[in-house]
Design a binder for this molecule. Structure first.
Ligand code: HEC
Length: 123
């Protein structure tokens, strides 16, 4: 019984760690290659269907100068913190500023934590 309680406690702390985006950058790079790379480059100034994601963590939304963002993204004032990225990537089209990104999102919290950790290395 006590053993079971300890396991529950460990699982819930793992879940909150994932939410804080303490993921695995190597796994995140794989997720990125599989799900983001068709539309996003990680090099400075390289825009594809989506804007370059170089140094995206901590930057203001819609701030890549030569990318044509949607009006919704231009109106979004929430800096791309790990928490904001987590909400956006969970449901890009449901999220208010996601209208132009035709991508269904990453339903797995683990995948989001990993990809956000990988994005944090791009600086
Ligand atoms: C089908 C193409 C497509 C895919 C796949 C895609 N994106 Fe996007 N992404 C876009 C577009 C287009 C925009 C611009 C959205 C707008 O202006 O509303 C965007 C915007 C973003 C932004 C905001 C950038 C900024 O400068 O404000 C982030 C962050 C982002 N995407 C991350 C990701 C991540 C991480 C993945 C993979 C998990 C991903 N995207 C997958 C097309 C895509």
């Amino acid at each position: 019984m006590i053993g079971r309680l300890i396991i529950v406690a460990l699982l819930s702390s793992a879940a909150s760690a994932a939410f804080a985006a303490e993921g695995d950058a190597t796994a995140g790079k794989v997720v990125f290659a599989r799900t983001c790379q068709n539309c996003h480059a990680v090099e400075i100034g390289v825009n594809k269907v989506g804007p370059s994601l170089w140094n995206v963590v901590g930057r203001a939304p819609a701030s890549v100068p030569d990318f044509a963002y949607s009006d919704a993204m231009k109106a979004n004032k929430d800096v791309w913190t790990a928490t904001a990225l987590d909400a956006y990537l969970a449901d890009p089209r449901g999220d208010v500023h996601g209208v132009k990104m035709f991508f269904k999102g990453l339903p797995e919290p683990r995948d989001r934590a990993d990809v956000i950790t990988y994005l944090q290395t791009l600086r």
